[in-house]
Structure formats: C-alpha cells, structure tokens
Design a protein around this ligand. Structure first.
Ligand SMILES: C[S@@+](CC[C@H](N)C(=O)[O-])C[C@H]1O[C@@H](n2cnc3c(N)ncnc32)[C@H](O)[C@@H]1O
Length: 244
C-alpha cells in the first residue's frame, strides 16, 4: 500500500477553480487523451529518463511534481530500481490512479496531495521532475516553485521540466497553435474535443517562454542549464544544482 499524505487544499488565487475543474474532469480518460493532445508524449518522457540515466550517478531520491497518473514516475522507478520517489498532485483522483499504477513499487513510493504553489516541497532529492504541470502558474509562482525545487535538491541534483512554453513571437505562437490543432485532428480528435481540451484550455494557461525559464534556473543557482527537446510550443529543459 502506497503511503499517502494530504496537505492544504489548493490556493484559490493561483489554481482557479476552472483550472482544477479542467484537470479533475479529465482524470478518468487521461492516459488516452494526453497522447492525442501532446505530440511525442511517450518519446519525451522516455528521453527525460534517458538523459537522467546518462548522468554521473543514478538518482536515489526523486520528486515528481504534478505526478498525474504516474506515467513518468513509473518510467523513473523502472529505470532506477534503487530510487525512492515522492509524487505530488493537487487532484486526488489522479493520485488514486498513480497509486494503482505504482502499486508494484509501493515500498519506494509516497504520494502527497497538495498544491505545489503553497506546499513546502520535499528536501534531499537528487532529481526533481515536473511534466505538463506548471503552465497554469503565474511567473511569480513558477519562480517560487523552481526556487523550492532547487533548495530541495542535493548538490549536483537535477531539475527537469517538460511543459508548454510561450513563444515570444506572436506569429509563431499562432502558427504553433494551428499546427498543434492539425496534429490533434490527425490523432482523431473532433473539433469539439479540440475546442474543449486545447482552445479553451489555452485561455487558462499562463505559459512562460523557454528562454525566460532557463534564465530563472540559471539565476537560482543551476549550472548546465539546457533545452533537451523542443517541438512547437512544447519544451523539455533543466539544469543541475551547482556544487560550488
Ligand atoms: C497535464 S497533467 C500531467 C501529469 C503528468 N505529469 C504527466 O506527464 O502525465 C498536469 C498534472 O499537474 C497537476 N497539477 C496542476 N497544477 C498543480 C498544482 N498547483 N499543484 C499540484 N498539482 C498540480 C494536475 O492535477 C495534473 O495531474
């Protein structure tokens, strides 16, 4: 049985009820929907694991911030059989699905229900990952979360984020949206589904540009800040905590 702790409910100012509703309504069919909506979803999660695997030593302590149904966590627990993982999410139904998916790793997993924006994030991690979870936060909150992740890392620990990113160019921002919509149509999503899951969802997003977020990682004390992958308005990037 996976240990599960519940912390303070969401910060209403940060995670508006429409955003939490957006996530809460989608948990049951999430695994299918995310693959339709995010091109290369499996590829990018596998790439993240591969990049971490090639680091100097395997992570022993991992935090997955916004764990969802545990797709990334399962990959990490398989790739690093000695690692312990803490998964955090604000939606209890997602945590339930993550608990089911990760049951076979139960001795190595703890789940926390809470809001990343207000929670005190765990210490002593070798790896902080977050995938498609921060794009509803304001810049100030994203920076606070990055700072906390960095503070919670051991020296040489790594932060990796995969998320929607804003384009500084209005032209490319709109082109990327158009291309994402075409990809979703090709994946079999109806116009109504795309409107519900992408177009309206975009109005709830507060994406931040890749360059800006990489700059924040640099300024809070990360080295080796790098973009590992970018495709249209999606990117994976991260950095390593300087050992000074
Ligand atoms: C699009 S899903 C991604 C889930 C998972 N990381 C993945 O890659 O499949 C975003 C997840 O982040 C969680 N989330 C969003 N904002 C959050 C917050 N402020 N605190 C904790 N979890 C949050 C949502 O509940 C949801 O499970």
């Amino acid at each position: 049985m996976i240990q599960r702790n519940v912390y303070a409910a969401m910060d209403a100012a940060e995670l508006s009820s429409s955003v939490s509703d957006h996530f809460a309504h989608r948990w049951s069919d999430y695994d299918r929907q995310i693959r339709q909506a995010i091109p290369s979803y499996d590829f990018v999660l596998d790439l993240l694991v591969d990049i971490v695997r090639r680091g100097s030593s395997p992570p022993m302590s991992i935090v997955d911030a916004g764990i969802g149904t545990g797709q990334l966590a399962a990959r990490l627990l398989t790739a690093f059989p000695e690692a312990r993982l803490i998964g955090i999410d604000i939606v209890p139904d997602y945590l339930e699905l993550a608990a089911q998916r990760l049951e076979c790793y139960s001795q190595r997993v703890a789940l926390i229900e809470g809001d990343l924006a207000t929670l005190e994030l765990p210490d002593g991690a070798d790896l902080y990952v977050t995938s498609f979870a921060l794009h509803h936060m304001t810049d100030a909150t994203k920076q606070k979360v990055y700072r906390q992740m960095h503070a919670g890392l051991r020296a040489d620990g790594v932060i990796v984020n995969v998320d929607f990113v804003d384009s500084p160019s209005r032209y490319y921002s709109s082109l990327f949206d158009q291309m994402r919509i075409e990809l979703m149509r090709a994946e079999g999503m109806s116009v109504a589904e795309i409107d519900d899951r992408y177009v309206r969802h975009r109005q709830l997003e507060i994406p931040t540009s890749l360059v800006r977020q990489m700059g924040w990682l640099d300024s809070i004390g990360c080295c080796d800040v790098e973009c590992f992958w970018k495709y249209l308005n999606l990117a994976m990037f991260g950095g390593r905590k300087r050992s000074w």
